[in-house]
Write a protein that binds this ligand. Structure first.
Ligand code: PLP
Length: 395
């Protein structure tokens, strides 16, 4: 046998392990320190009651022969696909149920979709960004080009027509920067992709945080996007499904290469390599779209939004430059006093006993930036904001 040598080109990710080690070491040396983590990328509130009762009912169905469900459709049950279709219709996007594929989360499909594309495709990825895009393409041995996201473009890079790319990753609202494209920005990307004959892989995992009516929640709000974009979304942040696992991928019928339908290829891929998401989980996910479920998940999102507001207010008061915090659970700030990201991490841990995430772990352009998240406890987040303020003022 021969191994896939591309794996040797993967960079070790030391980000979260180093954050954890440094925090552990500090805690061991200062057992009295009350450490607050603003580094959590995971939700902390439980599933909504409507989701829980739908899952309980589905478990009971599995207990009786008359209502038992074995293998389901690989691409997901109609009841969930139809709920998602209606959710899109709510923000003006018309999809057919067959364009929606239920997944066990956005991460799997972001990796799996690459089965459909040739190995010699060139990939365009923003720097900084969620590391999965780079790693999955590195595993496949594809050439990766980076586009600079920085303070000048508000961490929302626009296309450079002189750059040739086949697969383009966009993540909006972005992890880690919290920055979200407006319609004009996404329109520029759609036009560029169509001119290049490229496909946009649009990661909308945080669309549920968008409140500003002027910001698109789906790339399909942009005319022509169905001919050039695949969208990935998730119940993880929307409904607290990080540990329950459910998401979806939209592959429009209009996305083709000549006669070849990408939707049909993806259906073939999924029916061959995937046996679907558990019935119980899909019932829970569908309950998130009922009026009761929506009211409950909006309450949870509002809880996180309040944390984001507190953190934004703190940065505003300090006059620190940042993106995100609005329409996003992430805040991405320029480290004060020109510290690099790891120096600021240490400074904050030692002086405020607050843990954040150094931007250096998300790409070269993150070297002097820092990510805070709004997924924590409200009282603790307020306390952390106070300590952060004092500690930065002391600089
Ligand atoms: N996309 C982005 C940008 C993320 O930040 C995450 C998780 O943090 C995911 C996708 C993964 O989502 P899921 O839990 O649905 O796999």
């Amino acid at each position: 046998m021969q191994l896939n040598k591309n794996y040797q080109n993967l960079e070790e990710s030391y980000l979260f392990s180093t954050v954890a080690r440094k925090t552990r070491e500090f805690s061991a040396a200062h057992p009295e320190a009350d450490i607050i983590k603003l580094s959590i990328g995971d939700v902390t509130l439980p599933l909504a009651p409507a989701v829980i009762s739908a899952m309980h009912a589905a478990v009971d169905e599995q207990a009786a022969q008359a209502t038992f469900h074995g293998y389901g459709p690989e691409q997901g049950y109609d009841f969930l696909k139809e709920s998602i279709r209606d959710y899109y219709a709510g923000h003006g996007v018309t999809l057919a149920a067959d364009e929606i594929f239920i997944s066990d989360g956005a991460k799997s499909d972001l990796g799996n979709i690459l089965d459909l594309f040739a190995q010699d495709n060139t990939v365009l990825v923003p720097d900084p960004v969620y590391p999965v895009y780079v790693d999955t393409n590195t595993m496949a041995g594809r050439r990766i080009l980076f586009m600079d996201a920085n303070e000048t473009n508000g961490f929302l890079p626009l296309p450079d027509p002189s750059v040739k790319a086949d697969l383009i990753y966009l993540c909006s609202p972005n992890n880690p920067t919290g920055a979200a494209y407006d319609r004009a920005g996404l329109k520029a990307w759609v036009q560029y992709a169509k001119a290049q004959g490229a496909v946009i892989l649009f990661d909308a995992a945080y669309e549920c945080f968008i409140q500003d009516e002027n910001l698109p929640r789906s790339i399909y709000e942009i005319e022509g996007a169905k001919e050039c974009a695949i969208e990935f979304c998730s119940f993880s942040k929307m409904a607290g499904f990080t540990g329950t696992r459910c998401g979806w991928t939209v592959v429009p019928e209009a996305l083709t290469d000549g006669e070849q339908s990408v939707n049909k290829m993806w259906l073939r891929r999924q029916t061959t390599k995937f046996n679907g998401v558990p019935y119980v989980v899909q019932r829970g996910a569908a309950a998130a779209f009922t009026p009761e479920g929506q009211a409950q998940i909006q309450m949870a999102l509002d809880y996180y939004r309040e944390n984001a507001r507190v953190l934004s207010e703190m940065l505003d008061e300090l006059g620190v430059w940042y993106t995100g915090g609005k329409n996003s659970p992430y805040l991405w700030l320029r480290c004060p006093s020109e510290m690099d990201a790891w120096r600021f991490f240490d400074y904050l841990l030692e002086n405020a006993h607050v843990v954040g995430t150094p931007g250096a772990g998300f790409g070269r352009n993150g070297s002097f930036f820092f990510r805070l998240t709004a997924f924590g406890d409200q009282q603790r987040t307020r306390e952390a904001a106070e300590r952060f303020k004092q500690c930065v003022r002391a600089l």
